[in-house]
Design a protein around this ligand. Structure first.
Ligand code: NAD
Length: 398
């Protein structure tokens, strides 16, 4: 019998997984997009045709993958009919909207996948379900591929497949058609290979979001408002101040993991490592100088030419503080890590300074002094926003 999945979203990742999953035998794909008229536009653009993926494989060869979803809709009830697995493939700020739309159709046997989840996905997911009996929640630590839409609704390109991903799995209490991890691997195919980490806290603490805010703060904290004549290099322009901030934030994250491990020896937090070690581990061939954290970033080929998010104004460029490096990576990133640290009883002076600065740019208040007690905590994905206040609370859902 066929299995049926739902893809939530309509961007690069949603196009890619929709086509890829539909190309697999006995897999039926529904797509739900709630964004403006995107569902109608996609349906119209595709007509009776298949979505075509141009895939670039790591051995240098290219291939074509074709797949056609059975349904593209903006109607949650129709979208969720007989669905076993729901993939959330939208930026983190949109997760809540999709959970609210489908929560009445989620049951204990539904598998929920954040692709990627980003820090705090589990809290959002759990709060949308009827606890304590709840379904499986998988959170992928990144998108399985670098991918982009070439022609909306019709053509997409996979620029590269990740070799390995380290998802977290909260098994839940459902009766699944296939074990959750096996199910997702079957949809993705051979690559990336899913090698689960021990628990969701370890994934939340290692999210990309721990890099962008310290970089933004370090670069712009003393900026006097004068436009720049060109966009400065992001990773390749790291200076000693930024390196020090990144390193201190990383120390606070590792200290949080250690404190959790100490209080809960049954959890394995060993995948939470310092950023310097992370670079050496995940970019073994792309970094030419591994002598320091700064040199790892400056000499990383994967980062060639990437610049700061900037807006054009009269006289040049000014930093874009509304870009996801702050607007997402604070409420769905650093604030979540701060919240986990607070549950574990760990102080985070450097994170606090960065959140304090960024929240002003965003017109929000998450932190007051060194505690997560600002008026906007409820709109962040910190555990505290969902009633998780202690390590005991965080572990109660494992
Ligand atoms: P995307 O930018 O293509 O997503 C755009 C989609 O998000 C839109 O098509 C729409 O469906 C939805 N959306 C946008 N604005 C919205 C709004 N205001 N309200 C509701 N929905 C809205 O995203 P993507 O490239 O598919 O990536 C999804 C996530 O994965 C992002 O967080 C991204 O940073 C991350 N990621 C992507 C890649 C990649 O190669 N594409 C790689 C690594 C990580």
């Amino acid at each position: 019998t066929p299995i049926r999945i739902l893809i939530c979203g309509g961007g690069n990742g949603a196009h890619t997984i929709s086509a890829l999953a539909s190309s697999r035998p006995n897999v039926e794909v529904n797509v739900l997009t709630l964004f403006a008229d995107e569902a109608l536009r996609w349906k119209t653009a595709l007509g009776d045709d298949h979505i075509v993926i141009k895939a670039h494989y790591s051995d240098g060869t290219q291939g074509e993958i074709r797949g056609k979803p059975r349904l593209i809709t903006n109607d949650p009830a129709e979208a969720m009919k007989d669905v076993d697995v729901v993939f959330f493939v939208v930026p983190a700020f949109a997760h809540k909207q999709y959970f609210e739309a489908i929560q009445n159709y989620i049951n204990n046997d539904t598998i929920i996948v954040g692709m990627p989840g980003q820090a705090g996905f589990e809290f959002q997911a759990l709060s949308s379900m009827k606890r304590p009996g709840h379904s499986a929640i998988l959170s992928l630590d990144s998108m399985p591929w670098a991918c982009r839409i070439v022609e909306f609704g019709r053509n997409v390109e996979i620029l590269g497949f990740k070799d390995i991903l380290g998802p977290s799995v909260i098994a839940g209490t459902g009766n699944y058609k296939l074990p959750p991890l096996q199910y997702v691997q079957r949809i993705l195919g051979e690559k990336p290979n899913l090698q689960p980490v021990d628990n969701y806290l370890a994934v939340s603490l290692m999210a990309d979001a721990c890099v962008h805010p310290p970089m933004m703060y370090g670069r712009w904290k003393d900026w006097d408002g004068t436009p720049l004549s060109e966009k400065p290099l992001f990773y390749q322009g790291v200076d000693e101040i930024q390196e020090d901030l990144l390193s201190k934030v990383s120390d606070e994250i590792v200290a949080t993991a250690k404190a959790i491990q100490q209080q809960r020896p049954e959890l394995d937090m060993s995948t939470v490592i310092h950023l310097f070690d992370w670079y050496k581990k995940y970019y073994p061939d792309q970094i030419s100088d591994k002598s320091s954290l700064r040199s790892c970033m400056v000499t990383n080929k994967a980062y060639n030419g990437l610049v700061y998010p900037m807006k054009s104004v009269d006289g040049g460029f000014v930093p874009d503080f509304g870009y996801r490096y702050t607007s997402e990576d604070i409420p769905f990133g650093l604030v979540v890590m701060k919240g986990i640290a607070e549950c574990a009883g760990v102080k985070t002076p450097t994170m606090d300074i960065i959140i304090e600065w960024a929240q002003k740019k965003l017109g929000k208040e998450y932190i007051v002094g060194s505690t997560l007690s600002g008026r906007d905590v409820g709109s962040s994905r910190a555990p505290q926003a969902f009633g998780f206040k202690t390590l005991h609370d965080l572990c109660s859902v494992l």
